[in-house]
Design a protein. Structure first.
Length: 141
C-alpha cells in the first residue's frame, strides 16, 4: 500500500506498466481530475493492452472520444479487491455507462455491456483517496 500523500495517479505511475493509460489521461485532460477525485477506482489497462485497440490513433486525435473511453475505466467510489462482493456487481462509470465487475473466488474481471472482458492482473495500487486495478484489456464497447 502506498502512502496517503501519494495520489492515485502517482501510485499508478509507480506501478510501471500503466504509462500508456496515464499519458492518454493527460492528453484527454483527465490527469488532474483522476488525481484529485474524492473517491475513485480506476480499472487501468496495462501498456500492452492498448496495442489491441482498433483505431486507437484516431481515438487519440479526438480528445472527447479519448476522454469517454478512459472514463469507462473509472468509478466514483474506492473499491479495494477484498471489498468487491462475490459474484457480479454492476457499477456506473464516470462515462455514465455501466460495467460489471465479477469476483469469482478472488479472480476479478470487468465487463462492458458490449462484451469486452478484462481480467485484473494487479490489484490494489492505492494512493490518496483512490485505488487502481491494472487490467489486461481496454474496455471498448
Amino acid at each position: 500500500m502506498t502512502p496517503a500523500s501519494v495520489d492515485v495517479v502517482e501510485a499508478a505511475s509507480a506501478a510501471g506498466n500503466l504509462d500508456v493509460f496515464l499519458k492518454a489521461a493527460t492528453d484527454a485532460g483527465l490527469g488532474e481530475t483522476l488525481a484529485q477525485a474524492d473517491q475513485i477506482t480506476i480499472f487501468a489497462p496495462i501498456d500492452e493492452a492498448f496495442g489491441a485497440v482498433e483505431g486507437l490513433d484516431q481515438i487519440k486525435q479526438d480528445k472527447q472520444q479519448l476522454a469517454q473511453l478512459l472514463k469507462r475505466h473509472a468509478v466514483a467510489k474506492t473499491l479495494m479487491a477484498d471489498e468487491i462482493p462475490a459474484g457480479e456487481t454492476e457499477l456506473q462509470t464516470l462515462s455514465g455507462e455501466t460495467i460489471t465487475v465479477v469476483n469469482n473466488g478472488g479472480t476479478i474481471s470487468v465487463q462492458t455491456p458490449g462484451g469486452t472482458r478484462a481480467m485484473v492482473v494487479q490489484a490494489d495500487i492505492s494512493g490518496g483517496k483512490g485505488v487502481v486495478h491494472a487490467i489486461d484489456t481496454v474496455l471498448v464497447k
